[in-house]
Write a protein that binds this ligand. Structure first.
Ligand SMILES: NC(=O)c1ccc[n+]([C@@H]2O[C@H](COP(=O)([O-])OP(=O)(O)OC[C@H]3O[C@@H](n4cnc5c(N)ncnc54)[C@H](O)[C@@H]3O)[C@@H](O)[C@H]2O)c1
Length: 295
């Protein structure tokens, strides 16, 4: 399997395309927005430059990686020869179900369809296709080229063979795939999101300020990034939508999103991507500086 299609050229999609391309796969990167495709390629180029500067890859590997990626705005054209499609479009159930219906029609019968969703049920996504045994979750972590984990989510009908193929493929990317079952939040977000939500609740209750909460968790718990900063990087809208999926899925108030998080998202303060969240990223190079510690 050498031909991969990646749907969505945003934060995660460009990282996933970068990673496959770096390990020699031919990647077709697909997005409805030409602007996002250009921005995605610019981000990949910048991240590769950083890797060259840190002597993690050679100039030649950078060139080869970029040559392995081509961009498309049409799903039908982009997935024509794909052995695997990794969907990393906006975290919205309707958008994903529509994409998987289209993929099921457009892809060859044997193509495996993976989703990078943070929270939407893989079993539900699979149910809109005629190949539920070939639908699986491949939950990469941000920033994809650096983070080792891929949470592999088995839907109710995902076959052993498909799971094994995706586990092996992830190892070819020098990642550590970890198999989990399909329940709201899977494992990573089921544990992470209540912690981020609690940090926001702690701020909302005036127990401490933003910097203080992050400092306690960074220096006291040896977390590389404070929870409020991490929420800004993930995107407050993404955090809210994951918490809502868990709240709905388990019907348990412990997952109820903090009112401050809800208000900030309503006000358009979604974190790094909007220029403001718990921190202000509009004037400073703060986001770039924090990211540089990790990439
Ligand atoms: N941001 C994170 O830290 C993170 C981590 C793990 C998983 N995820 C998951 O990855 C997925 C993508 O998240 P992101 O943060 O990269 O989002 P993003 O908003 O940065 O990018 C989403 C991209 O999808 C494109 N898109 C929307 N509808 C499309 C369609 N019909 N066809 C093709 N492209 C389409 C948009 O134009 C955009 O470029 C989500 O499911 C999210 O839950 C995000």
């Amino acid at each position: 399997m050498k031909n991969i299609a990646v749907i969505g050229a945003g934060t995660m999609g460009n990282g996933i395309a970068h990673t496959f391309a770096q390990f020699g796969y031919k990647v077709k990167l697909i997005d409805i927005s030409e602007e996002n495709l250009s921005r995605g390629i610019a981000t990949i180029t910048k991240n590769l430059d950083r890797m060259v500067a840190k002597e993690k890859i050679s100039e030649e590997e950078k060139k080869q990686t970029l040559e392995n990626i081509t961009v498309y705005t049409s799903i039908e054209e982009g997935v024509e020869y794909a052995g695997l499609v990794v969907e990393a479009a906006t975290e919205n159930e309707k958008i994903k179900l529509d994409i998987f219906r289209e993929l099921d029609e457009a892809c060859p019968e044997e193509t495996i369809l993976a989703s990078n969703t943070s929270s939407i049920s893989i079993t539900k996504i699979a149910s809109v296709t005629k190949r539920p045994e070939k639908v699986i979750g491949m939950h990469f972590m941000n920033p994809v080229p650096i983070m080792k984990l891929v949470e592999i989510i088995r839907g109710y009908n995902t076959s052993d063979e498909v799971t094994e193929t995706i586990m092996e493929l992830s190892k070819n990317l020098k990642k550590v795939p970890t198999e989990v079952n399909d329940y709201p939040g899977f494992v990573a977000n089921r544990i992470l999101m209540p912690m981020l939500n609690e940090a926001i609740e702690t701020l909302y209750n005036n127990v401490a300020g933003v910097e203080e909460i992050d400092t306690v968790m960074k220096l006291g718990m040896a977390h590389p990034m404070g929870p409020l900063q991490l929420a800004d990087f993930i995107g407050l809208d993404v955090c809210l939508s994951i918490l809502e999926v868990m709240y709905d899925g388990f019907k348990n108030p412990k997952y109820a999103p903090c009112p401050l998080l809800v208000n900030m998202v309503r006000a358009g303060k979604t974190g790094v991507k909007s220029g403001e969240g718990f921190y202000d990223y509009s004037q400073s190079k703060k986001a770039e500086k924090v990211a540089e510690q990790f990439i």
